[in-house]
Design a protein around this ligand. Sequence first.
Ligand code: ADP
Ligand code: MG
Length: 321
Amino acid sequence: MSEFDLIAKYFTRPADCTDLSIGDDAALVRVREGHQLAISTDMLVAGTHFFHDADAYQLGWKSLAVNVSDMAAMGATPKWTTLAIALPEVNEVWLAEFSRGFFACADAFNIDLIGGDTTRGPLTISVQIMGEVPTHQALRRDGAKAGDDIWVSGQLGNAALGLAYWQNKITLEGVLGSAQLEICLSTLHAPQPRVALGLALINLAHSAIDISDGLLADLGHILECAKVGAEIHLKDIPCAAYIKNHLHEKLMQQCVLVGGDDYELCFTAPSNQREMIKQLSQKLDLRLTCIGRVTAEAGLILYGLNNEVLTLASTGYNHFA
Ligand code: ADP
Ligand code: MG
């Protein structure tokens, strides 16, 4: 099968909100009046970001979903994506499943695949996403202000627990039932980007980030960009009962503070928005939890379960550390 047949068969579909899609030297899109183009890229490399035998459907979903999550974290509406993929061989069973997963995510968020590149090489998936955000209203990391509440969506730690289990680092017999294990593994393999939340936060929050590398690392990016500090409380960090009550304390902390891949949003908002944020939580049927506040003084202070100050050796995943 030629490269062009492969693109036509697996990656070409009608594109609704695009002037010119796959097939020319470049795609053409139009951004609505009063909006900026938000652009982000994430690369997934076999052996680094996923296992060589990873399920192709889930990999297709995840490679787009992690990019969609970056749009959510900016308060942007995702609209267009490009896919650059290196394949060791043409495996049509794999390609069919991968593209089905990729387009399932594209459909879930109304995104057009408008171009890309296809080459032979070690399995590598590089996805670019583009979206629209009202001019000057994006949720930037540097927008956090001293006195802001710090919020987290959903629950943290499920993906890290799923990964530890998947890698045979821990056994979870007696801790997790099969339904709970399913939640952990689906968070890890098929994350749900919080686009509706990001859009709603445009008028409520000062800053936002998606939690891909772990809460401490990603909140740390906000603090660094905004030149502020924070106090957060371990007891307030939302996590499942099986993480809070059944894991020993070290593992629990690893999962909720350091573990990445949950793709929830962490955001800061002035305290006079608390009521609006609670209403938003109900409207979206999504848990939103205040875990601390932004301080003028730099540094992140973490209070443990007995309100003692905790220090942690590692704050997140770093590919080159
Ligand atoms: P060029 O030679 O100009 O780089 P290509 O032959 O690489 O063009 O690609 C042909 C068309 O197919 C282009 O519109 C390109 O954007 C698109 N394309 C290539 N690979 C992919 C892919 N994996 N997914 C979606 N579109 C792709
Ligand atoms: Mg090309």
